[in-house]
Design a protein around this ligand. Structure first.
Ligand code: FMN
Length: 187
């Protein structure tokens, strides 16, 4: 029997990303797990308004979303412990820029999205930034037949329940395919 554990947000695991923004003229990175897909083209970030990064995203209307590999766990956790308010995080990662100029990206993250800001939703003590990727960069080592291969990316997943980082297991079925074997379905 299932027990009612209260209004717990049970949507974990979530991917862990490093969001980059220019704040006070320097690159700042924040660790974010409350990241979502609004539509195929648009994404959301839930960022507490107390954080340093928010002002940079608002001012420049640009940001980056970088996917660290599991080997970057120490730096990733650090970016989620230290605030740019007290600590200059601009040298934690090697930074590069794309055509947007104000969305600092992490050179050794295997995948980076260079994003434009579309909207800011005022959500209690959070800014929900809605944006879209203008360019997405993937290291050649994580591309398989021209698309991103998650086995090569080795992304990190965030578990709020146990406060742990997880790795992916492996794929086990084909989407829009395995369901065709449903015994009660139409052929
Ligand atoms: C794994 C992890 C996930 C986090 N996810 C979020 C999140 O989704 N939203 C948020 O506002 N803060 C999140 N944080 C907290 C911020 O990363 C942290 O407060 C950071 O120091 C803020 O940096 P800044 O002040 O330089 O912007 C997370 C921290 C960690 C370690």
């Amino acid at each position: 029997m299932k027990k009612n554990i209260g209004p717990v947000n049970a949507l974990y695991p979530m991917p862990v990303v490093l969001v980059g923004a220019m704040v006070d003229g320097r690159a700042n990175f924040i660790t974010i797990a409350h990241v979502g897909i609004f539509t195929l083209e648009t994404i959301s970030l839930g960022v507490n308004r107390s954080h340093y990064t928010n002002r940079g995203i608002r001012e420049n209307r640009t940001f980056s979303v970088n996917f660290p590999s599991d080997g970057m766990v120490v730096e990733t956790d650090y970016a989620g412990l230290a605030s740019g308010k007290q600590t200059d995080k601009s040298s934690v990662f090697e930074v590069e820029f794309g055509p947007l100029k104000t969305a600092p990206m992490i050179k050794n993250a295997p995948v980076s999205m260079e994003c434009g800001l579309l909207d800011v939703l005022d959500y209690g003590n959070h800014d929900v930034f809605v944006g879209r990727a203008v360019n997405t960069y993937a290291d050649e080592s994580v591309l398989k037949n021209g698309v991103i291969d998650l086995a090569a990316v080795r992304p990190m997943l965030f578990d709020m329940f146990q406060r742990k980082y997880w790795r992916l297991g492996g794929p086990f079925a084909d989407c829009w395919s395995v369901g065709k074997n449903y015994a009660g379905g139409k052929k």
